[in-house]
Design a protein around this ligand. Structure first.
Ligand code: ADP
Length: 714
């Protein structure tokens, strides 16, 4: 079985892997009681019957009703599930996939993942796979299921695919739904469960009910670059000439689809709004957190919804400083951040019981909105904002924007306070502001760059991507733009067919642009793959340099990081940091502190680096492994050129007045203060990220020569 392209053993302190069997069973029996309390427990017969009689089950139910943890367990012993026997459960986030796998393993009394060959529950997330030969339930991120589909389009090892959290409507979820929809027309007996935290499932029902054109025999053309595996994929090619669906053409056979709604058990939650709006959500959160902590006699943990790693870390620092001023009469505050880039061990802390005489204050991104259930929460503080990916037409790329959340997200956040007892939710915005929010989240396909999605489809043999069955068809222009970008990257040929380079990129767990950087770096002319991997690893975790807000702090950081800073820009600076950290033989934590670098972020970089290296070796991209001597100027130039090959659209040139204007869209951008190039000038800059706060900023920036750009595009 070659699905395990990333094998990784990871056994943490509390992993069931080290626990003797008798203890596993004790734990299982203990947990059975709490499982029986879950609202979904009463519905297990309905769920089993539904899937005995139908191929698709659409299951809605409130967050915490037990969908993700219980449904796979209910289905495991069903006759239809005996062969091939595996159940895949997709999750939007790695944090959720890992923590659910851990939990379900405990509930079943089985060791987790690769810790034992007898383990029945495993997980697979980007850069980390933990499964065993006996794995029956596998939690995996959506991206990983799409990767598995590249290797086996028919998902032959699975009897059932559970698509969880579909209300999030990410591009990956929509792709999976489309592929499964097609797959079910030719793999009879494959069961699909679609789960949502919102009860509005009409469009899902229509989607699965609509008739797809009969599966057509694909043409059997073979070209020299195709492997046998690729030929196998072609069985899927063009099996739908599909043009969206509407109520009119929907055909509900009535027998294929079952729906089921699980009532949640929700205690009342009192909502409080601000009287006047505030701009400073960090300040407002800080104030509210201490008010709750000091004035609320009820025990219970706090869950604070912030926008991202940076705001979370700033707030964490402030809380910890202020908490020093509290007398011993108050419970101790245990501040725990929760965001995707956080290393696993730190994430697991969230689920540990709150120690006596203390209160957990969990600072989270929207991870904890529906996909991760944190026990013990009685108070929710909601800033009303989230960072979302959005395509910016004028720039021609995705950027992360801080946006108002939808009413449905706000209500989910509020619900987190009332899971175990009555709770309170403090919204740091006015009631009028709440009323003016969008009702629901916009599906990601309507607002994001589709190049990765289109490449995935192409790699899966979909010829006409405009005809793919999308739950919400994306705008035609967005699809065309993605096709064009892939053409520019050399991932497609001029006929729109996937190229050998495109196939290689599709197998890397990176965006097409970053994938292209890796492929370029592996060419004999560029010959800097080791360095490119280090740099890409660094760009894949959020930020390694600790955020600094003061001028004084900035000067201090300049001194502390002096040896790492490279005048050519952030890419080579990151590379220097990764190389120095990796070469540090003894106390890496100390090294990170001395250089004002996040040790945690660096640990994640090391994880990613190791996995990417393994994947490049497997893909035969990486032959030798030595890095070039650090001071080699020629290599440095080649590294930046590789980035230019992947990101040729992200170039801005300097104007006479000293500002930068992008080539695509002629938009003014400023170099972000976090960049080593902040306050400096070059002929042109290349950037990996575009962020918009009070103005447009380029982040992760390097100086380039316009001449290089011409070369890259030849
Ligand atoms: P849903 O999918 O409906 O949101 P889940 O199955 O995720 O519900 O959660 C059901 C219950 O299982 C939660 O109430 C929570 O108490 C418990 N649970 C889930 N994951 C974990 C975990 N990693 N650690 C401890 N408890 C968990």
């Amino acid at each position: 079985e070659n699905s395990a392209n990333v094998k990784r053993k990871r056994v943490s302190e509390d992993s069931p892997g080290r626990t003797p069997p008798s203890q596993l069973q004790q734990k299982r029996i203990k947990l059975l009681d709490s499982r029986k309390q879950l609202p979904i427990w009463q519905r297990q017969k309905d769920i089993r019957d539904a899937l005995r009689d139908h191929d698709v089950l659409i299951l809605s139910g409130e967050t915490g009703s037990g969908k993700s943890t219980q449904v796979p367990q209910f289905l495991l012993d069903q006759p239809w599930c005996r062969f091939p026997g595996k159940i895949a459960v997709t999750q939007p986030r790695r944090v959720a996939a890992i923590s659910l796998a851990r939990r379900v393993a405990e509930e079943m009394g089985t060791p987790l993942g690769s810790s034992s060959p007898a383990s029945k529950v495993g997980y697979s997330v980007r850069f980390d796979e933990s499964t065993s030969p006996s794995t029956r339930i596998k939690f995996l991120t959506e991206g990983m299921l799409l990767q598995e589909m590249l290797r086996d389009a028919s998902l032959r090892q699975y009897s059932c695919v559970v698509v969880d959290e579909v209300h999030e409507r990410s591009v990956n979820i929509d792709l999976i739904l489309g592929f499964l929809r097609q797959l079910q027309t030719r793999r009879k007996g494959l069961k699909v469960v679609v789960m949502s935290a919102t009860a509005d499932v009409g469009s899902l029902r229509r989607f699965f009910a609509a008739r797809l054109p009969e599966y057509a025999q694909p043409d059997q053309k073979t070209t020299s670059d195709r492997s046998q595996e690729d030929d196998a994929l072609e069985t899927d090619a063009n099996d739908a000439s599909w043009h969206g669906f509407s109520d009119e053409d929907s055909h509900d056979s009535g027998s294929d689809i079952a729906t089921c709604h699980v009532e949640g058990r929700q205690y009342p939650v009192v909502t409080q709004y601000l009287d006047t709006p505030t701009e400073d959500t960090i300040e407002a959160s800080l104030h509210r957190i201490f008010q709750i902590h000091c004035k609320e006699p009820t025990p219970g943990d706090l869950l604070v919804f912030m926008t991202g790693q940076e705001t979370i870390q700033s707030l964490q620092k402030l809380i910890e400083e202020y908490a020093l001023g509290l007398t011993a009469d108050y419970p101790r505050m245990l501040v725990l951040p929760l965001f995707a880039a956080l290393p696993q061990a730190a994430q697991q802390q969230i689920f540990q019981p709150t120690p006596r005489n203390s209160r957990k204050v969990i600072l989270t991104t929207n991870i904890a909105e529906t996909s991760v259930t944190v026990p013990g929460v009685r108070f929710v503080v909601d800033t009303g904002k989230a960072k979302v990916k959005q395509f910016r037409n004028r720039l021609g790329l995705d950027s992360l924007l801080v946006k108002q959340i939808s009413q449905s997200s706000a209500d989910q956040r509020k619900g987190r306070a009332g899971r175990e007892a009555a709770g309170q939710c403090y919204r740091l915005y006015t009631e009028e502001a709440y009323k003016s929010l969008d009702k629901d989240n916009t599906p990601e396909v309507l607002r994001c760059d589709l190049s990765q999605a289109v490449l995935t489809m192409k790699a899966r043999g979909v010829g006409d991507v405009l005809a793919f069955p999308f739950l919400t068809p994306p705008p035609k222009e967005a699809m065309e733009k993605a096709l064009l970008q892939l053409l520019e990257l050399g991932a497609l040929d001029e006929h729109g067919k996937i190229s050998p380079i495109g196939r290689k990129i599709a197998r890397l767990p990176l965006t097409p642009a970053l994938g292209r950087v890796i492929i370029e770096a592996a060419t004999p002319e560029m010959d800097c793959l080791v360095e490119a991997i280090d740099t890409v690893a660094c760009l894949s975790v959020e930020h390694i340099f600790l955020a600094i807000d003061t001028e004084e702090g900035r000067e201090k950081a300049q001194v502390a990081r002096r040896q790492l800073l490279r005048r050519q820009g952030d890419h080579l600076t990151y590379l220097a940091a990764v190389q120095a950290y990796a070469a540090e033989p003894s106390d890496r934590r100390r090294w990170a502190e001395d250089h004002m670098i996040s040790h945690r972020a660096m640990q994640s970089v090391m994880d990613v680096r190791k996995q990417l290296t393994a994947q490049c070796r497997q893909a035969k991209l990486l032959q030798k492994q030595e890095a070039h001597p650090a001071a080699d100027e020629a290599t440095q130039e080649r590294i930046v050129k590789c980035f230019l090959r992947g990101f040729s659209a992200n170039v801005a040139r300097v104007c006479p007045d000293g500002s930068y204007k992008t080539f695509a869209g002629n938009q003014t951008v400023a170099i972000h203060p976090s960049s080593v190039l902040f306050g400096r000038k070059g002929e042109a800059i290349l950037y990996n990220q575009f962020v918009y706060t009070n103005k447009a900023y380029a982040r992760d920036v390097s100086v380039v020569q316009l001449r290089w750009l011409e070369e890259a595009l030849q």
